[in-house]
Design a protein around this ligand. Sequence first.
Ligand SMILES: [Zn+2]
Length: 392
Amino acid sequence: MFAIKRELKLNNVETSLMRGNAGFKRWVYNFGLDLLTASWSFEDVLASDSKRLNAIKKVFTQITMQKPEHAWMKLYPSTVYQSAFIDLKDAFSRWRKGVSEFPKKKSKKKGDSFTIYKTAGIYPVKGEPATPFTNRVVINEGKQIKLPGLKTFRLKERINFICSSQTFTVSRTADKWFVSFTLDAEKLPPIIHPIEKIGVDLGVKVLGTCSDGSKYDMPASTTRAKTKLSKLQWRNRQKILGNKKLKIRASKNALKFYRKTQRQNARIANIRQDTTQKMTTDLSRKSCIIRIEDLNILGMIGLHKLARAVSNNCFYEIRRQLTYKQAHYGTTVELVDRWYPSSKTCSKCNHIQDMKLSDRIFNCQKCKHIQDRDENAATNLENAPNSKVRLA
Ligand SMILES: [Zn+2]
């Protein structure tokens, strides 16, 4: 499976249609989030999040949506609210598992997005068997795309082959709109990997240090872009974007500044995404087995300072990318137990000693082996005993 993301070329009418869809999704998501958290105060009701959400969905479709003041909701495809509930369910299960923080309300400021998909609808025709295309949209070559439940839109860059997909996500970053969808096709022929096994130590300063000696750095352009952003924010530190309670309207200049920051943030995110994509593709081409540390993401969220570093360095994102690239590249991603002392162990003699976070060099007290801290950790990850390793 692989994903395609293309920028949409929208006119004003189409842009407001997309905004409307995203607003509808946001409304439903926040509605579900509010009701679900409120339902926890009824102590006599024992039900899982997912059961509660199903009940909330019924309330939404049978009561809320039928109110005359909510007639506008019927202008949008039903899959928009369906997928809002799916997203909410995912957000809660990620939170329960400890991979994410508690789901937050969606806000317009965070960008817009919504998901639509083709439903089986009136197909398959009674008595006729369902075909693989029953609930798929065929996407033709060219610069146009038909979105299920909506109309046909123009693309900035063409799609070079005929393909099909079921689910489409439309999103806005700064002032650009994108559509993304996944294809169930193998893009690449099987690959012969030059290395059998590699250990990668994911870090804060260096993005990844590998047991074969190679390193992946965050490009200097992120630092530059971040400096530019903080300068922009400092110079405009007095600007406020209005206040609804005090009935202050946002000034034109404040809006301009707000758009500028959004674009700058998008640029930083793009560089980061580009870097991690290149790194994970490179690793997946290089080695058959990739071993990374199984980080305790929840534990790290607790530590405030590290949390920022973690989100900056997108540990979770790298792990996600490596995992989904397994299918293309025929790799196996293995997670090394987070209690395995990869940075405290000597990669030569297995002697374990205490290491401070500030110690950059591993200096073995027993066999006098000297190695860069991260390289030593990467080697240990590669050689970790199988009992400490699980599949991603
Ligand atoms: Zn040693």
